[in-house]
Design a protein around this ligand. Sequence first.
Ligand code: NAI
Length: 409
Amino acid sequence: MTKQYSYPKDKVRILLLEGIHPAAVDIFKEAGYEARVVKSAMSNQELRDVIEPIHVLGIRSKTQIRQPAIGASKRLLAIGCFCIGTDQVDLDAAASKGVPVFNAPFSNTRSVAELTLAEVVMLSRKAAHRSMELHSGRWEKSAAGSREVRNKTIGIVGYGHIGSQVGLLAEAFGMRVVFYDIVNKLPLGNAVQLASLGELLQSSDFVTLHVPESPETRNMVSSREISLMKNGSCLLNLSRGSVVDLKAVSDALTSGHLAGAALDVFPREPGSSSEAFECELRGLENVILTPHIGGSTEEAQRNIGIEVASALVKYIETGSSSGSVNFPHVDLPLVRNRHRVLNIHRNVPGVLSNINRIVAEMGVNISSQYLGTRHDVGYLIMDVDQKISREVKREIDLLDTTIKTRLLF
Ligand code: NAI
């Protein structure tokens, strides 16, 4: 009987906190793993107490994974952040412990794009405002200032995952699509890339922002930029609160230069529903305010569950670190009848030659290998023609550069 050296699936301990979507549990189950699900978040102290035997830890945004919990983990293979952000994890500490962290950055792309387009139509028809009037008992049936979006121009700032989807949906409404991005992008459909933000602002009926938060995008739309926008145009921000100067937006709405605005993100967002929401745009006419829900849909939650759990299963079973946020991306296709060595090491010269020497001394042929490095961490996937013994693993583990070694198959 051939001895199996992948870790037995029934011994892999997976702990999912914070009520992660059941779709994630199903992905693990289909792959042969049992995941333990806990509804709540854990404090660092609680985590430190339970983490030692855990192989895979799944969290959302409330659980902080930092030292000393990371240091207390003995078997941790990977962390899954079942959300977009990864600030809640000490990524460097995890990497230097040989633990890649995965997230789901694009699972809610379409959700944001859909809300954006819905708001473009709502602003153009002043529908949110009309609704507020009606809630307060006022029947204002009027076509004044209410327009179709067909043949209007939408200017997309940041033509990444979300921006490009917004462009496609806008075209389906018969809109003209222009975009500005610091990178040259292949336009989808009939979209046209413009050379400058100024050109976009001057030519768009709707300006929608889909850039990341960065020093360059901080207040990238302030009074100067708004003054370049067309009279009667509308501004939408569903990216990050720091991108827009709200005082400038408020002034432009009050003066009538802007006909409307939709904001989903704010410089100061309440931490919970018990905190009041303060913002200079409250109460202004034709302003749609939503509490950072652009990406919050059931579909997105489900997609996040599937995407992160799939990445974790792939990492456990093949060593592929593609999509991790703190690790070199290494992904070598699986070949039948090959045996795989995974080595995470400190990124210093000579590691590869040391490992190759150990393997060569055992008379084992290397069929393929791929090394990736990122900051202080190197990650090697190596396929060999025959099953190598545990002694080889032991020898590799003894190298003072090794952080972690695994054998598969
Ligand atoms: P992405 O990284 O795919 O696209 C961003 C694009 O902006 C890239 O094409 C990049 O080249 C471009 N860019 C960067 N700096 C720029 C600059 N100074 N000027 C012009 N273009 C610039 O990001 P993705 O996934 O499309 O997300 C966009 C924004 O949406 C992010 O800020 C993200 O945090 C936010 N977001 C908001 C959500 C919500 O619930 N409202 C949910 C998901 C994302």
